[in-house]
Write a protein that binds this ligand. Structure first.
Ligand SMILES: Nc1ncnc2c1ncn2[C@@H]1O[C@H](COP(=O)(O)OP(=O)(O)OP(=O)(O)O)[C@@H](O)[C@H]1O
Ligand SMILES: [Mg+2]
Length: 261
């Protein structure tokens, strides 16, 4: 009796252990960090930022996914031009109409195993349901803005749309703006900075206007892939990288699952 009882206890202990081990393996699967690059204003540098971020993370050996929601398919074309010997990036042409019933959520979640970084490029004019869906699926939102009064006004409206969206209000995200294609002074940003300060949204980086971005993009490269990138350009990325590292750390802390990076 005792022996039987013992072995029954041992067996159930073992099955509990096995079940826990399976659960632990499922739970410990690292969740990818999803970075949404967005601004309703066209031409402010969304694709440039998205592709440069993707190549930056891929260069750090992160399994990186670049999802293109813009029907122009610029990120997708950038990826097609990328040399196979460069750190690889998995592309998703999410803008293509699917014949099946594939939802946006499915497109954003059905990624290659072990994906650790997801960069989402978006079209100009982004708003409404698509914006709401993309915000819901994102961990971090980056808003590039070029230094013209028209662009700055449009960006202010866009940021209000983001903050007032139901998905942001139900689960606020880490959000930051960055100045792109800056030539001389940044005085033009003063109004935007005041607006961002009032909302406690940081202005995380200032990227200068340089042909490096244009030339690199022709070959599916980011400036981090270039050997002769100016040190000053690398330095300009530093505050953005530090801010992202800090936010990713916070996201990992808040996440109930253990993560591997
Ligand atoms: N810092 C920069 N210096 C020089 N050129 C830049 C810089 N950032 C972007 N560009 C160029 O500006 C143009 C617009 O940039 P990009 O395509 O990234 O903007 P976008 O917001 O994705 O545009 P769209 O709304 O059409 O998708 C591109 O030709 C790009 O190469
Ligand atoms: Mg674009």
């Amino acid at each position: 009796m005792f022996g039987l009882g013992n072995s029954a206890t041992t067996m159930s202990d073992q099955s509990i252990k096995t079940e826990n081990a399976i659960k632990a393996r499922v739970i410990s699967k690292p969740q990818p960090i999803r970075i949404l690059v967005a601004n309703a204003k066209g031409g402010c540098g969304k694709t440039t930022l998205a592709t440069n971020l993707a190549s930056y993370f891929a260069g750090l050996q992160h399994k990186t996914c670049l999802i293109d929601f813009d029907p122009q398919g610029s990120s997708n074309q950038w990826l097609a031009a990328r040399h196979t010997e460069l750190p690889s990036i998995h592309g998703v042409a999410a803008f293509k109409k699917n014949s099946g019933q594939v939802t946006r959520t499915w497109q954003l979640r059905n990624l290659p195993p072990e994906t650790s970084r997801v960069i989402i490029d978006t079209p100009s004019g982004l708003g409404g349901l698509l914006l709401n869906d993309l915000i819901r699926e994102a961990d971090i939102i980056l808003v590039p803005v070029t230094p013209s009064p028209i662009d700055i006004r449009a960006t202010t409206t866009f940021i209000k749309d983001v903050l007032l969206s139901s998905s942001f209000r139900s689960r606020p995200k880490h959000i930051a703006a960055l100045a792109n294609r800056v030539r001389k002074n940044t005085l033009v940003y003063t109004k935007l900075e005041l607006f961002l300060n009032s909302l406690k949204i940081p202005f995380v980086a200032t990227l200068r206007d340089t042909q490096y971005y244009v030339r690199a993009s022709e070959y599916g490269l980011g400036i981090h892939d270039l050997e002769n990138t100016q040190t000053s350009d690398e330095l300009e990325w530093q505050p953005l990288i530090e801010w992202l590292d800090n936010r990713i750390g916070k996201i990992r802390e808040q996440s109930p699952a253990p993560h591997t990076d």
